[in-house]
Design a protein around this ligand. Structure first.
Ligand SMILES: C[S@@+](CC[C@H](N)C(=O)[O-])C[C@H]1O[C@@H](n2cnc3c(N)ncnc32)[C@H](O)[C@@H]1O
Length: 289
């Protein structure tokens, strides 16, 4: 457990803050840890679960160098039904802890998003949008046996058909998008360059670190300042870093201690940023984050 440190809010609108550690990372299995959360306690959930890639063989480029794919232990399941059971368990808990006014985003590739989406519908979540993340710099299809896979899907859902009071900052997102309504296709590059966290060996610290721009759109559009954003698959803490920048509170759950150490260091280095204040300025020229 980590000491909570409260930031950002002038007022504390959440009674829950008394019993839950906000702005902290919980080390453990998200299914077990979520069971300890009270009902209706978080405003927004962003979940980037294992993809269950089912990679059987190592992949090499034409020049014989090995492709650094997602072959981590945390992505391995014995069968599709084991993966489905896993998704039912964590999604059920997410539904229970999400406020009726909240919403959830689940991101995945073609390997898992249809399975997760089907389970979400069966659990009663209500799809508000399926956002396509169009990767502007995708990894090539080295074998030349398929089209280059350049998308992932984000399912944005309310807790149920009748839960209509979810947050959507329509005006802000329009402003963000040069005074045009933002569409459900987001063109964003893979996380590369300075943003990509590296280990001491110079290799990627995590195989699936998401770009901050993606989380910026998610959090800005569907939460308010001071809200609690939960990420049950925290990885390198992208959700926590962006939540902090945007004046939201976060709770992360992650089962690998090495990733937790990376995420803590990353989030501690973040400066808080206030997009709402900047947005209200007359000479608004876009968010700088
Ligand atoms: C797809 S990655 C998330 C990457 C993250 N969005 C980022 O930007 O760094 C999934 C993460 O979930 C963690 N994980 C897998 N199963 C878990 C479980 N049952 N409970 C908690 N964390 C889990 C893995 O260790 C991995 O870091």
């Amino acid at each position: 457990m980590f000491a909570a440190y409260l930031i950002l809010t002038d007022e504390i609108p959440h009674t829950i803050l008394k019993s839950m550690e906000i702005n902290s990372i919980i080390h453990g299995d998200c299914i077990e840890e979520l069971k300890l959360f009270p009902d209706n306690s978080v405003d927004l959930i962003f979940a980037d679960p294992p993809y269950n890639m089912q990679l059987k063989n190592e992949l090499y480029r034409p020049n014989n160098t090995k492709v650094d794919g997602v072959d981590d232990e945390w992505d391995k399941f014995n069968s599709f039904s084991e993966y489905d059971d896993f998704c039912v368990s964590w999604l059920k808990e997410c539904k229970r802890v999400l406020k009726n006014t909240g919403s959830i985003w689940v991101i995945g590739s073609y390997h898992n998003i249809f399975r997760a989406g089907n389970i979400m519908l069966n659990l009663g979540f209500w799809i508000l949008n399926d956002v396509t993340w169009h990767k502007t710099n995708p990894m090539p299809n080295f074998l030349g046996t398929r089209f280059t896979n350049a998308t992932e899907t984000l399912l944005w859902c309310s807790k149920g058909e009748k839960c209509k009071k979810y947050t959507f900052n329509h005006k802000m997102m329009k402003k963000y998008n040069g005074d045009k309504q933002m569409t459900s296709v987001w063109r964003i590059g893979l996380c590369v360059g300075k943003e990509r966290l590296k280990g001491e060996d110079g290799r990627k610290a995590h195989s699936t670190q998401k770009p901050e721009e993606l989380l910026k759109r998610v959090i800005l559009s569907t939460s308010k300042k001071g809200d609690i954003v939960l990420d049950p698959f925290f990885g390198t803490g992208t959700t926590g870093a962006v939540a902090k920048k945007l004046g939201r509170n976060y709770i992360g759950i992650e089962k690998e201690p090495d990733y937790i150490a990376i995420a803590k260091k990353r989030i501690n280095a973040v400066n808080i940023f206030s997009p709402e204040a900047e947005w209200e300025e007359e000479n608004f020229t876009g968010f700088k984050i």
